[in-house]
Design a protein around this ligand. Sequence first.
Ligand code: ATP
Ligand code: MG
Length: 639
Amino acid sequence: MSEIYEIGLGNNDDSIRKKADSDFVSFWDEQAKNLAWFSPWEKTLDWRPPFARWFVGGTINASYNALDIHQNTKSQKSAILWEGENGDSRNLTYGEMFSEVQKFANVLKSLGVQKGDRVTLYLPMVPELPIAMLACARIGAIHNVIFSGFSATSIRDRVSDSHSKVVVTADGGYRRGKVVPLKDVIDEAISDLDFVEHVVVLERTGNKISMSSKDKPWSGLVNDASETCAAEKLFSDHPLYILYTSGTTGKPKGVLHGTGGYLTHLHSTFKWAFDIKDSDIFFCTADIGWVAGHSYVAYAPLLHGATQVMYEGAPDFPDTSRMWDILQKYKVTIFYTTPTALRMFMKFGDDIPNSFDLSSLRLLGTVGEPINPEVWKWYYKTIGKEKCPIIDTWWQTETGGMLISPLLGLNTIPLKPGSGTLPIPGVNIDVADEHGDNVPANTKGYLVIRNPWPGMLLTLWGDDEKYKTAYWSKYENCYYPGDYALKDDDDYIWLLGRADDVLKVAGHRIGTAELESCMVSHPDVAESAACGIPDDVKGEVIIAFVVLKQGVLTDSSVLEKELSNKIRTDIGAIATPKQVCFVSKLPKTRSGKIMRRLLKAIGSDEKIGDVSALEDGASVTEVQQVYGELQKSIRENSK
Ligand code: ATP
Ligand code: MG
């Protein structure tokens, strides 16, 4: 039995769910009216499986909805409270954002960018990144943001695939006190891409760079640009952006999002999940290079005229207290982060957050991976001081916005650590077996989405076939996210890990999240990852990789025994790992997600495949070494 936390925000509105249950199409039709449209749509949903078009014929603009609509009432209100890694700060009002975005939109036009053209943005976490995105949106150009930690090869692939004629970058960005030479990386990435006509270079660090005839300084262009640029009236299904997925399971996919449906999804979920109020200070720690940063940094807060904090650098720089320092300094009321960041903060110990005043917080959230119940409880107690509800939000780059989450802006719902609770209104999410039939309560299966929703991707950029096979081929007319899950007796959904990573031992299926959460609940364990490797007798055996908390001195053989015993009692003997390897870090994507497929490849002695998304190659080397030594000692002991 999981623990239940009866904590909400005092809201109690059942009407939204009731409306959605009766007819999801007219429900979303109503929600879309909360946005500003230039002209109404003729058809709410055109569903030609697997392609959905929302609000067909209606015209709208994302930049207009983020900025223009606030100018009469909120031009003096802070839109972005920006904190540089080196302690710099900037306060950009809605009025200032409006003028900067219009100027940059005019810059793009002066460089020949037209409606439908792609613009690659490779920028650090500075306000000019959302400014450039909104400028693209304003003129109907499609932005293609690339996380500023990616290498030249990864950028080359993405610039080529999107065929961007303009690239926007910076002379550098700050990360852990050092300058990341973004412009040099771009020079290498596009050296033979002749279709790239211009490179706009933002002056962020002032470090030395070489400028060619294609390169133009941001400041010069913006100084010459006019301050007015009317927002283009775009059809609702006009593409807003391309964004490549995190690459946790393989080669990243170029997800293409539209405008009217996507904005409707964001506007609704931001209000329902975060209960956003005019007085809130919202802080989402996601880099804009990932979908969480697109949806809930660059767009959703602005649609609501909210004030948000944006942070440039590493969460543990110059020291492990940085995050709590920012929360205290800006009196953040809503904090949205990832389980991986929380596990890191937890590893550093409670004294650090305990020495800050976090009393402004009223709501906490997570996204990106399953949150281990132990980590949820730590977040609740140590950060939220048992007075802030937590929303565990499940969604994907492909879904555009949240699809499963407690919606405390609507209702108080009992929270269970580790469950995202219920789907948002207007989507039909089930857990199905191999044939697509719903499984009974408390039975594991695959998450499926049975109807289109407004934030749904239009397709994969330039690859409708891959779009069909990746998401719509496992089941007929039913979206397959690739996640393993179960529904409990209260219909709450529990995400158990990736379907590809499921551990199959002697006929039993175990989600990686179940096993990893069990290990993380051991007081010495900070992080863990489990994977299955082939075994002649059992078909597959489990190996586990474990990172310990700071300062743990317990002997590893004692720990291994304790972990095995814990797994035996909490899950069952079947889930006991054959081997436990202690490492100092796990291989993760640049967005912080564990790459279990690399562990599996190492354990199975196979090629490790695409590593473009890997954050730190040293983690793989360490795993190979520790795992290799373990095998050697096992062989020697068995002689
Ligand atoms: P790729 O598709 O390239 O492998 P990715 O799936 O990591 O990369 P994202 O779109 O950033 O790319 O991540 C979506 C995935 O993250 C989900 O499919 C799910 O596996 C996981 N996820 C996100 N939020 C949650 C959550 N709250 N609980 C459990 N898992 C989550
Ligand atoms: Mg994915």
